[in-house]
Design a protein around this ligand. Sequence first.
Ligand code: PHE
Length: 374
Amino acid sequence: MQDDGIPALKGWSEAELDAAFAALRSELEKDDVFVALRGSPKSSEEIEEFRLRWLGRKQGRLKAISDAWLKAAPADAKKPLGQRFNTLKALIEARLESAAGSGMAAIALDAEAIDITLPGRRRKLGAEHPLIRTQHEIVGIFQRMGYSVGVGPEVETDYYNFESLNFPPGHPARDTQDTLVVAGQERKPLRERLLMRTHTSPVQIRTMERQAPPVRIVIPGKVHRNDAADATHSPIFHQVEGLCVDVGITFADLKGTLDHAMKELFGSSVRTRFFPSFFPFTEPSADVQISCPFCGGAGCRKCKQSGWIELLGCGMVDPAVFGFVQQKQPGYDPEKISGFAFGMGVDRIAMMKYGIGEIGLLYSGDLRFLEQFA
Ligand code: PHE
């Protein structure tokens, strides 16, 4: 072969021409695409490149060789030379055509092709957020005890968030839940002013106003307080509220229900204990502690060496609360019915269950954190 890639001809006899074309033919037979055109698909780009490489009018190999050879050929060799070029060209064209005719051109569009025999592309499922997962878990425990699930508004009136829960205007108990209020409400009477609910307890009142006793309901939801953010405080957090009202409900029912719920949540070896506390809407009120699920009660860093962790507030519904409800539902007669309520922080429980040290991580949207729950 010469430097310009044009094979050298030994002479112009038919035998010498045949030998030269046999060499060209075997070069063609080594071309991947030429071989592939017989069966296995090639991309349309590759086929077009192949066509240009061999048959291109300007740069094509056959054109370059025939130009060189025909120019040098003596007059009587031009015809047999031309015939052989035509044969070779026809061979390539036939191969290209049969590929197109057999649907290979269509198959060759592999970039755009849809192979319906391939399994579909799976979209990655997101993971349940640890807060929502914990909330579902808590709610599920009460659903299995026959409770239904309710919701209420996050923007509340002063009446539902405070007054009907027996926090009278100006009562010091209001200071325990520093409120984020909606601006521009000053001209309304206090009870109609809007605020971000500080707890899920207003939904107790809303539920009882809608539904005569008996009631067994849990209310999960978001609450807001004017608290400075730190490792364990966030101005937005979550609670699950519970309310049970019926004939003859006692403090023993409250204790049994919460003890069972805590065992479901943290394991059957967990114990509970109840301490006197105060909420304006329950009487008596209690704080509930569970034996530390990390050390089993022996004392560790998590429970500050006490063996116990405080987890929720609860109590028997104060008759004054039934008094507010009776304005709409006379069935809540404190002489005939009684009930208990409880409220727990979902964030706190999620942090304990998953060993999360910073409440802010629950609200950061940081995928490196969230992916650990996938
Ligand atoms: N609402 C109270 C709080 O946010 C918790 C609670 C609910 C206490 C129900 C008693 C009964 O602190």
